[in-house]
Design a protein around this ligand. Structure first.
Ligand code: ASP
Length: 395
């Protein structure tokens, strides 16, 4: 069943590419099938994060303060370390290969894309962690705020003892019900992906990708090295077989490529990690958090993009600016929502920190939809490995 789902999704992707290329009108006509699938996945995100994080933290507290502390420390330790590795790798590649040299953009008028003009500041990012009204956060799908509220709610229910038991049972049983719903939606993945990919190929075409080719090569190379060397080396510590784990995760990874959204892939990631036998409580805690704040692919891409823009403007970056890029790219990836092209929005944070013009984003915006698919896949792969690593380190 697991294998055949992967095969079906792969087939859906291939047929989608073929249809989008050969029958663009037909692919555009059936786009609503993809939209409905995306809506179903999005419908699951808020309840999944709320019930999963709350039950995860109730159980963490119940297993003792020390165990809860260990879980939190190991999870955040893994996230920060792997994100930082990704950023460093991106910086090494972009400063060695120098894809932006020779583009000479000085004096060229690019207009600043609106998404970047209205980008995030560090203050806004910090404030977004704390909801002033949790119901408003839930109804507007503010995932960072929902995570913080669910964590605190779970800890307080867990700390309430006997009186908290009915609430704990309620969240546990709601979590099971949402999982059941998730299973139903997952069965639609091959059809949804077929329609989504077909529509993307039919409407976007692949011509825009010739431009800034070397920049794309650097980002893709970085993503490849991070996902096939760095992360597997970390996974190897758990004594799991890389190939088996990757096979178990493949439906989620293919879904990430097709949707460009870690959050919309969360239902599949949870299911795949469950099939790979990662303990329930770990995955309940690590995955929703990871889908929102652990984005290795996004961090790597932000670092590469910003240095590329500097090179294109013939601006020399000194070592202190490179350090600032490393730190702010990490922060910007944490702040990026798990939705398509969110990394482009938070990039304004990195550009501003080193005094680069925001309009530089105009240079890379045309190819961003394409790179987004692959960085999202790496984000999801990083989350799944995180679940296995944290799980085995707690045993
Ligand atoms: N689309 C990415 C994700 O959902 C975020 C980004 O890099 O834009 O993980």
């Amino acid at each position: 069943m697991k294998q055949s789902l992967t095969k079906k999704i792969g087939l859906g992707m291939l047929l989608g590419i073929l249809f989008g290329w050969q029958f663009p009108n037909l692919s555009i006509a059936i786009a609503p099938i993809g939209d409905i699938f995306m809506r179903l996945l999005k419908m699951l995100i808020v309840p999944l994060v709320l019930f999963s994080m709350t039950t995860g933290s109730i159980n963490a507290i119940k297993s003792g303060k020390n165990q809860a502390k260990k879980l939190a420390l190991k999870t955040f330790g893994y996230y920060l370390l792997t994100t930082f590795f990704a950023v460093i790798l991106g910086l090494i590649l972009v400063t060695t290969i120098q894809p932006g040299n020779g583009l000479n953009l000085e004096g060229v008028n690019l207009s600043t894309p609106d998404v970047v003009k209205n980008g995030t500041t560090i203050k806004e990012l910090l404030y977004s962690f704390i909801p002033t009204n949790p119901i408003e956060a839930l109804s507007n799908g503010k995932i960072l705020s929902i995570i913080v509220f669910s964590l605190l709610l779970g800890f307080s229910i867990g700390a309430t003892g006997e009186k908290g038991k009915p609430a704990a049972d309620f969240f546990e049983s709601m979590f099971e019900a949402v999982l059941k719903m998730t299973m139903w939606v997952i069965h639609l993945t091959p059809y949804g992906i077929f329609a989504l990919i077909g529509n993307t190929i039919a409407t976007r075409g692949l011509e825009s990708l010739n431009f800034v080719m070397m920049y794309m090569v650097v980002v893709l190379l970085g993503l490849l090295i991070h996902s096939t060397i760095t992360l597997p080396v970390i996974l190897a510590r758990t004594k799991r077989k890389i190939a088996d784990y990757a096979k178990a995760m493949s439906p989620a990874i293919l879904n990430a490529i097709s949707t460009g959204s870690s959050s919309a892939t969360l239902p599949l990631t949870m299911n795949c990690v469950k099939n790979a036998k990662v303990t329930r409580d770990t995955r309940k805690f690590v995955l929703p958090l990871g889908a929102t704040i652990n984005m290795d692919g996004t961090a790597l891409y932000e670092a590469v993009a910003v240095v590329f823009i500097a090179q294109a403007y013939s601006m020399n970056l000194d070592i202190s600016q490179i350090v600032i890029i490393a730190l702010t790219a990490t922060l910007a990836s944490i702040g990026a929502a798990g939705i398509p092209q969110a990394g482009l929005v938070t990039m304004s944070l990195v550009l501003t920190a080193v005094g680069l013009p925001l309009e530089g984003v105009g240079l890379i915006i045309g190819v961003d939809w394409f790179l987004d698919r692959f960085r999202t896949a790496v984000n999801v792969w990083g989350d799944s490995i995180g679940a296995a690593v944290v799980d085995s380190s707690l045993k």
